[in-house]
Design a protein around this ligand. Structure first.
Ligand code: OAD
Length: 241
């Protein structure tokens, strides 16, 4: 493993446009549950995504959905960046594309302008209607279900739900970054959710070296050049030490 880490370190050191692509495993060691891990704490093992992460679920019971996100917000508010967030965060020339709705890369030192939140953010709500109203949320003390002050429709968390398009051109920006990338460091994602996971293949097709850090084998195996099996905090930190 040490030799493989060393090889990955060299590739990273020589990269001219390095990009990270992360998922829930990056924040697992900060105490934030993943979605599809092989353990009973994984969110989609305990909860129904159709009920809690879809427009239909929100329409059926908006309070249930808002309360569930508010519980997650309080967990994230108490979380600290781990060694992987900090190792990545201080790489000022890197672009970070993340599926995570926490801001732990930023807490680890990343410039917010260099972080693309593909699946939105727990730090904001927006109007569930058409008016476009959006407001920041104190995640340590989030407001409950309420109506939009502009149009009266319910407010909802500013996160992507199943069946929705990714908003504000964020996916197009991510494509543009991975097309330029000569190295993509894929950390802690099952790579099972599209379109996000398709960024790995796009990077590969455009010539990027694909280095994967995960505690287990993943769906990325066809594209992977170097697979580093291990926890993000130890492995990512070792890549930059
Ligand atoms: P998943 O929960 O699907 O996958 C987490 C991955 O992290 C798994 O492959 C684990 O093996 C790995 N992992 C767990 N702990 C780790 C650790 N300490 N170090 C390294 N790897 C570790 O999470 P995502 O791939 O992020 O979408 O899921 C993608 C999307 O599915 C999420 O953004 C969310 C979810 O539904 C929305 O909410 C829209």
């Amino acid at each position: 493993m040490d030799q493989v880490i060393e090889l990955a370190r060299q590739r990273i050191a020589h990269a001219t446009h390095p990009v990270s692509f992360s998922g829930a495993g990056l924040s697992a060691e900060s105490g934030i549950a993943t979605f599809r891990d092989k353990n009973e704490d994984a969110l989609w093992a305990k909860f129904d995504p159709a009920q809690l992460a879809s427009q239909e679920g929100f329409n059926a019971d908006p309070s249930l959905v808002m309360n569930w996100y508010n519980q997650r917000r309080k967990i994230v508010a108490a979380a600290k960046p781990n060694a992987a967030h900090m190792a990545l965060g201080v790489q000022s020339e890197w672009v970070h594309i993340t599926q995570n709705v926490d801001h732990l890369l930023e807490a680890g030192g990343a410039d917010p302008d260099n972080v693309l939140h593909l699946h939105g953010s727990l730090y904001a709500d927006h109007c569930n209607g058409e008016c476009g109203y959006r407001e920041n949320v104190d995640i340590a003390d989030p407001p409950g279900l309420r109506n939009c002050p502009d149009c009266g429709a319910p407010m909802r968390p500013s996160v992507a739900w199943f069946g929705e398009s990714l908003s504000n051109g964020i996916f197009e920006r991510a494509i543009s970054e991975v097309e330029k990338a000569d190295l993509l460091l894929v950390v802690g994602t099952s790579a099972m959710v599209v379109p996000a996971a398709s960024l790995i293949g796009i990077a590969k097709q455009n010539g990027a070296e694909i280095i994967v850090v995960n505690t287990q084998a993943t769906e990325t195996h066809d594209a992977t050049d170097i697979h580093l099996t291990g926890k993000a905090s130890e492995t990512v930190a070792a890549l930059f030490s």
